[in-house]
Design a protein around this ligand. Structure first.
Ligand SMILES: C[S@@+](CC[C@H](N)C(=O)[O-])C[C@H]1O[C@@H](n2cnc3c(N)ncnc32)[C@H](O)[C@@H]1O
Length: 333
């Protein structure tokens, strides 16, 4: 039974959405995260008007606002008493409604603009990435192995740490209940957002965050993934401990990274902090993070071997009352 305050919140939510433009905004945000600028372009209304509508939808608990650098992104609320209401309302809006159909067409145009920007970014970085790709086993093999690993048990709610351009979300997004990709690079997140949007992965979201200080409650996720990220990280032990903290007891961490190697030029040319991880070092780091490590799957390449590590938080592990608040953070280190 709802108590008075949740009834009040429900009423506030219903009032907030009972207006034409706000209903349109809600329906649009169900297709992914959008900025005020995107919505101004789609709706053809002034920025102050759109901002006012957004404020009311956020206050009504229907939308969440997430600040990333100079940009604020809006998406359907995932939590709170009004989140289910928001989802039910957008499900009632038929895609065939002429106004909504026109909004969706404009949304496609806005997305196409993102895709062009994303492509330019890829072009600028492609040479760098190709250089590293050439040193290890075909990416398709690594991704196939990751999908098989994920298939061993339902991934539930997944966190992709250091999501970069969102490749892991694209690869696993159809298997998860929900997924969040975090990264500290706003450029990377822009590309990832365009990719997730294009793939129609409504259950996947992006968030600006530092992996050493994840803005999530302890035990929130069933699965966490660190794909080709740990060798860039200053303190891999701290990052693994933080990943372990946000896993539920019994949850899985999958780390995909290089086996220990001697390609020291990668430090200079690609800013790699670590020349891969030996089996003994990774096992030690995972255990120090409170996880139980399994033997890695190895994909030998010349000269770089890729390893897929699985580690689990013990099922009887107690959740700490950690202070992270599931709120977006404005600044990251
Ligand atoms: C090589 S990319 C890998 C991206 C992605 N996982 C993939 O495999 O395609 C490494 C990513 O880690 C991110 N990163 C590095 N340190 C980070 C930190 N402390 N917090 C969040 N992201 C970080 C970088 O911005 C970059 O996008």
């Amino acid at each position: 039974m709802a108590n008075d305050s949740s009834l009040d919140r429900l009423l506030q939510g219903l009032r907030a959405v009972a207006e034409g433009t706000r209903l349109r905004i809600l329906a649009l945000c169900a297709h992914g995260e959008l900025t005020v600028t995107d919505l101004v372009e789609i709706l053809g209304q002034s920025q102050p008007r759109v901002s006012r509508h957004l404020k009311l939808l956020v206050e009504g608990g229907l939308l969440e606002r997430q600040q990333e650098g100079n940009w604020a992104y809006y998406r359907l609320s995932e939590r709170g008493p009004v989140a289910a209401l928001a989802r039910q309302i957008v499900d009632l809006v038929p895609d065939s409604d002429p106004d909504h159909a026109l909004d969706l067409k404009r949304l496609e145009e806005v997305r196409a603009g993102w895709a062009i920007k994303a492509e330019a970014y890829f072009k600028r970085n492609a040479t760098n990435w190709d250089q590293v790709r050439a040193l290890h086993v075909d990416e398709a093999k690594v991704e196939g192995a990751l999908r098989r690993l994920i298939d061993r048990e339902a991934p539930g709610e997944l966190l992709d740490i250091g999501t970069g351009t969102g490749r892991v979300l694209e690869l696993l997004g159809d298997k998860v209940v929900a997924a969040i990709g975090i990264d500290r690079s706003l450029d990377m997140l822009k590309v990832a957002r365009a990719k997730v949007f294009r793939a129609g992965l409504r259950q996947c979201h992006l968030r600006h965050a530092d992996m050493n200080r994840l803005p999530f409650q302890p035990g929130r996720f069933d699965t966490a993934v660190l794909h080709m990220t740990l060798h860039y990280v200053e303190d891999p032990g701290a990052a693994l401990a933080e990943a372990a903290r946000v896993l539920r007891p019994g949850g899985r961490l999958i780390v995909v990274d290089f086996d220990e190697h001697d390609q020291s030029e990668l430090r200079e040319s690609q800013a790699h902090r670590w020349l891969g991880f030996s089996e003994s070092r990774m096992t030690r780091l995972l255990e120090q993070a409170g996880l139980v490590a399994e033997a890695p799957e190895r994909l030998p390449g010349k000269p770089l071997t890729v390893c897929l590590w699985t580690a689990r938080r013990p099922a009887n592990d107690l959740l700490s009352s950690g202070s992270s608040d599931d709120q977006p953070r404005k600044e990251v280190g």
